[in-house]
Design a protein around this ligand. Structure first.
Ligand code: DC
Length: 226
C-alpha cells in the first residue's frame, strides 16, 4: 500500500503528539515532532546566549545546529542536538516560555522546514506541528487540525509536566498557552492556520484511543486513493 504523508497541526497541548505518535506506531510509520526541533533550537540559543535580534548570530548558530531523532530502547523517538540527547531538557517550562519568539524568526523556520522536508520526502511519516499542512507539506495526503478547550489543554500539559517531575501551577500553564497561541497565530512567518482541506477534530471530549482510531481510519482511506 502507498506510504503517505500525514500532517497534523494545531495549537499546543491539543493532543497532537500523543495522537501522532500512536497512529504512527499503528501504521508502521515514522513519527516526527517538528515542535521538538524548534524547542531544540531554543535550547541551543539559550545555552549560547544568542541574541534573537542579531541576524548574523542567528545564522551562525543555525549553521552549528544539527537535530536528529533516534528511537530509544522503549521504541520512543527522542530528540538529539549535535549528538546529545536533549529530549528531557526541551520539555521544560523554561523552553516553553522561550520557544515562540525563536520559532517566529524567519531564518529559523527556513532551516527547520528544509530539514523537515528531507525527513518526510520518502512518505510513511506522521509529522505534527503548526505549519505542516500549510507550508512544510502542502501536498500531504492527509491533513488534520486538532483543537481542544483551553482548560482541558492546560490540565493535560500540567499532567505531562508532572509525569516528568515538574510541578507547575495551572495558572502559569494557562498564561503560557495563551501567550504562545497569540504569538504562534499572529507571527508574520507561517502563522498557525488550518489548511483549507484539513479535517478538524476537537479532542476536548474524546479519548486518546478515539483520536488515534479516527486518524488511522482516515489514513487508510487516503492510502487507498493515493
Ligand atoms: O508543539 P510544541 O508545543 O512542542 O511546539 C513548540 C513551539 O514551536 C510552539 O510554541 C510553536 C513552535 N512550532 C512552530 O512554530 N512550528 C511547528 N511546525 C511546530 C512548532
Amino acid at each position: 500500500m502507498q506510504k503517505i504523508i500525514i500532517a497534523i497541526d494545531g495549537f499546543s497541548a491539543c493532543g497532537k503528539s500523543t495522537t501522532a505518535k500512536e497512529a504512527a506506531k499503528a501504521l508502521g510509520y515514522r513519527y516526527i515532532d517538528s515542535g521538538a526541533m524548534y524547542r531544540a533550537v531554543t535550547h541551543y540559543f539559550l545555552e549560547h546566549h544568542i541574541a534573537l535580534t542579531n541576524p548574523k548570530e542567528v545564522a551562525k548558530a543555525l549553521n552549528d545546529i544539527k537535530i536528529t531523532f533516534h528511537v530509544n530502547a522503549n521504541g520512543v523517538s527522542e530528540t538529539y542536538l549535535n549528538g546529545l540527547n536533549v529530549e528531557k531538557k526541551i520539555r521544560k517550562m523554561r523552553i516553553s516560555e522561550n520557544v515562540s519568539p525563536v520559532s517566529a524568526i524567519k531564518e529559523v523556520r527556513v532551516a527547520m522546514v528544509e530539514q523537515q522536508r528531507k525527513l518526510g520526502k520518502e512518505g510513511g511519516i506522521v509529522m505534527d506541528g503548526r505549519d505542516i499542512g500549510t507550508v512544510v507539506f502542502p501536498d500531504a495526503d492527509l491533513k488534520v487540525f486538532l483543537t481542544a478547550d483551553m482548560f482541558v489543554r492546560a490540565a493535560r500539559r500540567q499532567q505531562e509536566l508532572l509525569e516528568k517531575g515538574e510541578l507547575v501551577e495551572l495558572d502559569a500553564i494557562l498564561a503560557n498557552l495563551k501567550k504562545r497561541d497569540e504569538i504562534d497565530s499572529t507571527r508574520a512567518e507561517s502563522p498557525v492556520r488550518r489548511a483549507d482541506e484539513a479535517i478538524e477534530i476537537d479532542t476536548t471530549n474524546i479519548t486518546i484511543e478515539e483520536q488515534v482510531d479516527e486518524l488511522v481510519r482516515l489514513a487508510f482511506s487516503r492510502m487507498l486513493v493515493a
